[in-house]
Design a protein around this ligand. Structure first.
Ligand code: 8YV
Length: 331
């Protein structure tokens, strides 16, 4: 009998996905979801045919260049591949795939939720009732936020998630602006009513709300640098559901503390899962809304991500090109 390929999955996945993986592969699953130790990851890279990592696993060149490394496919359970050294993998003939499209709408929903939550003080208001604070009763001048409709939203990164966000934001009456490496096709720009800014600097200086929707790559690390963050208007808000590394978080914190930026909604952080105590203080002061990387966290989305992982593995093992290959040229 032909030996089934060894597929090592680093985290607990939805039950239906694990069941299917057991049927199809020699699947080494992580049923209690304890993150693998660095030694266990190193062993998995050496011995597995296929590795299914997530955002919490760093697959470095160091790991990939271990002698006798058997690995042939890294089928990432996630869209962003900044946890994987794609160039080092490619150089060793190891294929990398991800799970695009299936988490676009969920992530755009959560981004829109933050865009609504921050200016309208949603979490701050809810906490008054749930944390035993005093609610003096309704008053015409109490807990006022800022109107969303009519404001300018600047989307940084107009890929699938940026566009899905633009559709939602338009329905809330926001004016859509965006910065991207290239403008989107005219037909899409028309549909979204979106204005292209070639200069990120110029866009930053004119927006009421900014949303980060680009991947984290070497080119986007601290794209919102200290210099650029200082261009943002005093009354503007910034939302990030992409990757913490795209923003110079220390400077963002300082600017919010100094009242130089009005507030932020953050689902991702530079040193995840560690969250700066200064951000927590700002959250308690109602200046920022913090979420623990929940952008794509729906049951439906996780199952679809798992299905994509399985399709990528199966096509790869059948000697076809998997649909969601990530090439160094795409970074
Ligand atoms: C996932 C994400 O939770 O897919 C991504 O890029 O950030 C999240 O949707 C995570 O990456 C799973 O690995």
């Amino acid at each position: 009998v032909k030996k089934k390929p060894l597929v090592v999955v680093t985290r607990k996945l939805p039950d239906s996905i694990e069941t299917r993986m057991r049927e199809l592969f020699d699947a080494r699953l992580n049923l209690d979801d304890t993150p693998l130790t660095p030694e266990q990851i190193a062993e998995a890279v050496r011995t597995a045919d296929v590795l299914v990592p997530t955002v919490t696993d760093e697959i470095t060149e160091e790991l990939l260049k271990q002698p006798d490394c058997k690995l042939r496919l890294i089928a990432n359970f996630g869209n962003g591949v900044d946890n994987i050294d794609v160039i080092a993998a490619h150089a060793r003939g190891i294929t990398v795939t991800n799970t695009p499209k299936v988490l676009t709408e969920d992530t755009a929903d959560m981004t829109m939720a933050l865009i609504l939550a921050v200016p309208r003080r949603l979490v701050e208001g809810a906490s008054i009732l749930t944390e035993g604070k005093n609610w003096p009763g309704w008053s015409p001048t109490w807990m006022l936020g800022h109107r969303i409709g009519g404001k300018r939203l600047g989307i940084i990164g107009m890929g699938r998630i940026g566009q899905a966000l633009a559709r939602r934001a338009r329905a809330f009456g926001l004016q859509i602006h965006y910065h991207n490496r290239r403008p989107v096709a005219p037909v899409i720009a028309d549909e979204l009513g979106a204005t292209y800014w070639e200069s990120l600097d110029q866009m930053l200086a004119r927006m009421d709300i900014l949303s980060v929707n680009c991947p984290h790559t070497p080119a986007t690390f601290h794209l919102l640098s200290a210099r650029r963050l200082k261009l943002i208007r005093k009354d503007a808000y910034i939302v990030n559901t992409a990757r913490g590394e795209v923003i110079d978080e220390d400077t963002l914190i300082k600017l919010i503390e100094a009242g130089e930026i009005a507030g932020a909604g953050l689902d991702v952080f530079e040193n995840e899962p560690a969250v700066s105590p200064k951000l927590v203080r700002l959250a308690k002061a109602g200046k920022v809304t913090l979420l623990p990387h929940m952008g794509s966290a729906t049951i439906e989305g996780r199952v679809e991500m798992g299905e994509k992982v399985i399709i990528n593995i199966r096509t790869f093992l059948d000697n076809h090109k998997p649909p969601d290959r990530v090439l160094p040229s795409m970074l």
